[in-house]
Write a protein that binds this ligand. Sequence first.
Ligand code: NDP
Length: 399
Amino acid sequence: MSKVLIIGAGGVAGVVVQKCAGLPEVFSEIHLASRTLSKCQALQEKAGKDRVVGVYQVDADDSAEVAELIRGINPSLVINVALPYQDLPIMDACLETGVHYLDTANYEPKDEAKFEYSWQWAYQERFKEKGLMALLGAGFDPGVTNVFTAYAAKHYFDEVHYLDIVDCNGGDHGQAFATNFNPEINIREITQKGKYWENGEWHETAPISVRKDLDYPNVGVRPSYLLFHEELESLVKHFPTIKRARFWMTFGDQYLTHLRVLENVGMTSIQPVEFEGKKIVPLEFLKAVLPNPGSLAEGYTGKTCIGTYVTGMKDGQEKTIFIYNNTDHAETNKEVGAQAVSYTTGVPAMIGASLMLQGKWMEPGVWNMEQFDPDEFMERLNKYGLPWQVQECNKPFEK
Ligand code: NDP
């Protein structure tokens, strides 16, 4: 029985709140704080005031403000589903107040589109010394894809050699252009250079320049592009036998055409520009005019398919498996009023939090998901709405 504080009240938070609310035996008391109080109140209304017992306005960029809020509530764990910019101030506040921490995306400085674990891994000793735990990247990718890799390594291979993580959204939200999670974070991620790991070093590619047409179970063939994604960094560190690790994401032509135009006219830039005597960041303005990802759920059709192809050695033979999940946008909307991308992120965050609070995944320090035993997490995916399949492949993922 534990009290949690959830920070953030967007698309992912909506799912985390509902899923935690459905498990009172683990999450005995839920508190919710975000930048905009009315969004917390709306989520509280949906989950019930008996489950979300307190809502608060907080600026999570300000660690002292978060620490004060935590002191007033005294939770066991903070679930951070605000934005990556807030990771460090919230981790600082957790250290100051002696509370465990979980997030779904790694830290990014606001003025530089660069995401890597170094900033958060640097908290390892401080969390250890205080007997506190931080679980990083507990969404789907990163998150479940890391656990899929750990599960494959534990049950299917003696040594893992090649990883190809694939993320397909085969759904249709009916909008000309929209992103499925926070538009600012999403566009910063995909307009960066691609990067993959091979033979002990990182290799860069021009943004969205390497394409493969991949066949996704229960979705079909979709154009998929090589991107850098944060779990590659932790997975190659924690599985040093990996020779190559890549990440692929699907984008439709319409999406890419819009993105190209927006880039060409400067709307995706994070450099401030002067507008009517005020400095504005074009990408932040663009976010303000794009659909809110949380609002896409109604009428969204089709499925996601996200998974990990793993090639490695077992009993002297090379083999390849694909572990994946399909999630249907209409079904998640029916269950919790959210589209599948929010759902596939929010459910693993709830599961990670439950394992921490029940002491099953509890170790002082700062950890990535693949560093814990995967079995119980995998069981809970099946139980709480993200069933997975293992496909034995008759050939490796193409070079
Ligand atoms: P949203 O933009 O829908 O929600 C973000 C929430 O954070 C909003 O409620 C926002 O408030 C709040 N927020 C922003 N800044 C602050 C601040 N300074 N103080 C307090 N609250 C703040 O994003 P999503 O729900 O789509 O994404 C949430 C997180 O999940 C992101 O970090 C994203 O990168 C991550 N994610 C991870 C995935 C994974 O698989 N691992 C996949 C998808 C997302 P306001 O409403 O006022 O703007």
